[in-house]
Ligand binder design. Sequence first.
Ligand code: C2E
Ligand code: CA
Ligand code: CA
Length: 644
Amino acid sequence: MFALYAAISLVPVLVLGIALAASLRGEAQRRGLAEGRSEAQLIARTAVEPALSARPVSAGLNARERRQLRQMTTSAVANRDVLRLRIRDLSGTVVFSNDGSDVGHNDHDDDALDAAQGEVSADLTHLNADFHDVDPGPASVEVYQPLTAGAGARRRVGVLELYLPYAPISRDISSGLHRLYLDLAVGLGFLYLALFLITASVSRGLRREAALNAYLAEHDTLTQLPNRTYFHRRAVDAVAFAVRHNESVALAIVDLDRFKEVNDTLGHHNGDRLLTELALRLSANMRPGDMVARLGGDEFGLIVRDVEEAEPALRRLLEIIDREVDIDGLPLSVQASMGFVIAPEDGTDVDVLLQRADVAMYVAKAQHVGVARYDEALDQYDADCLALVSELRRGIDAGELLLHYQPQSTLVDNRVRAIEALVRWEHPTHGLLSPDRFVPLAEPTDVIDKLTRWVLREALTDLRALAPSDDELCVAVNVSARSIVRTSFAHDVLETLEDLQMPAGRLIIEVTETALLVDPERAARVLTTLANAGVKISLDDFGTGHTSLGYLSALPLHELKIDRTFIADMLHNSAHAAIVRSIIDLGHNLELRVVGEGVESNHVLASLHDSGCDIAQGFLLARPMPRDEIERWLVQTPSAAQAA
Ligand code: C2E
Ligand code: CA
Ligand code: CA
């Protein structure tokens, strides 16, 4: 059976092989046209027709149709997938043209009129778009393709006139054909096999599907922008091109500030609309040959060829992003930060370049300067720190964070009342990092929100496993200023509690005074919501900030934690001893519990006890320890605490 099939298919294959060998160029062109035709069909079906309504385009395009077409063509032209795109009505009049050419004109073009009757035509032409690597010979494939619209029985509504770059098509085909030619010389049998395979692989159906898949694999479905894969490939090409021609090229990373807040407060649907609008603005403002891609989330990548103008161009884009967006009648504005590198000066390896652009982006964000170029002279320590933040984002997803727990015990009867969750980072190369190494770096960026969410969920999950039924035992979680004032913070916390089926009363949120001063009113509102739900609020590092007593009494607090610098030397520094006693009195007058932290000696413990302090925490009782260890520690507790 297979032999018969093989024998039958040998005949046309042989004929095709001989025809190909006889007329390599002619065939290449024919194939180029066929390829152009099927590409045009693909573009018509997947991009143009979905943008059109069912009526004939002679009625004129509406604003929405124009907007969508412009968005689609701007990014396609910027990526050099398309050189020019026009839409004509059924009489041949141009109603849309991406470069504005000939709109309103009718040159009674035969091909256009044939297409209006349903016929597709393709020709090789010399449309000279500023296409960098134009081969001598035809520069483009010009295709006329009927456009249909409407559900069910589709009607012809207009004609798509498309110019596709010929060079990439001809490169593909002639390299395939050269291979064929060689194979012919090698032998008929081998030719047969090769043709058999190649014929199958170039069959039109497959090619169309492959083209569609290739498009989907390289574009972001939300914004239609090229995705990270495509961006990376084009960046590699652009850097190689620059190196070959002694030129430079800039790569930039754009990250929106506080985009997560938009998503949280207005919903993902509106977050998506914002991203789509910004993508549209960015691609509409790209120069020919430049590129914008969506790298993921709220991060975009740019390739800018004119490096002299790179920084001003990026600043202009920032302004463009900054302009208000109308989301459901709500004027919204988002800011962004950009970091960029210039190749080959800042490197030639695209992965390294993008990481450096990322570092520069964090500099821009942390220093609120909008745009920053990667600077090698940048203190290496800073660079490492900044690189660390970008690694942290991935580290959290990769499960590199862990929590240590330190117990807090009552001074009257030595019972463990809570365990404080203290985050650590098991870094793949730097080893175990303490929070002081990375939390302050994450705080100016939205990475801190990710970290807070992770800690909260992890701590509550651990507590549930450690003490499922002990309603007396709480877990204390440290929360940074930035996370507190995020609008959705209270909601996130309550949702997590609900999710894990944990009573709100088992969670203590530790905030520092300085955190509250960032936005006191908002912080008070958020904390009140939480306190009303039963969450306990503890004011950490108390005594170091400048909280006014008026503000303090307005906060829904449960406890004060005396800063450990006062505790550490209270036995030798009488001023600090007085501060400790005053804080204890103040706390009690406000009906708050008072925690002394940083207790390292029995003398300090005894002194706190005598002053009426409620709870102690410190190395004397126990150091922060991993989950398994605290589990054992809790089992032995009363005795361990008494021994202290
Ligand atoms: P903190 O909230 O004041 O946490 C107490 C710190 O004091 C811990 O340091 C703890 O190990 C240390 N400590 C406890 N007892 C003693 C003692 O007797 N003597 C001395 N010298 N130190 C003691 P750690 O774990 O390095 O945490 C440092 C800071 O990092 C924390 O200070 C907190 O501000 C921050 N942090 C820790 N985990 C998180 C977190 O999940 N989120 C946020 N936003 N910040 C965190
Ligand atoms: Ca704390
Ligand atoms: Ca503290």
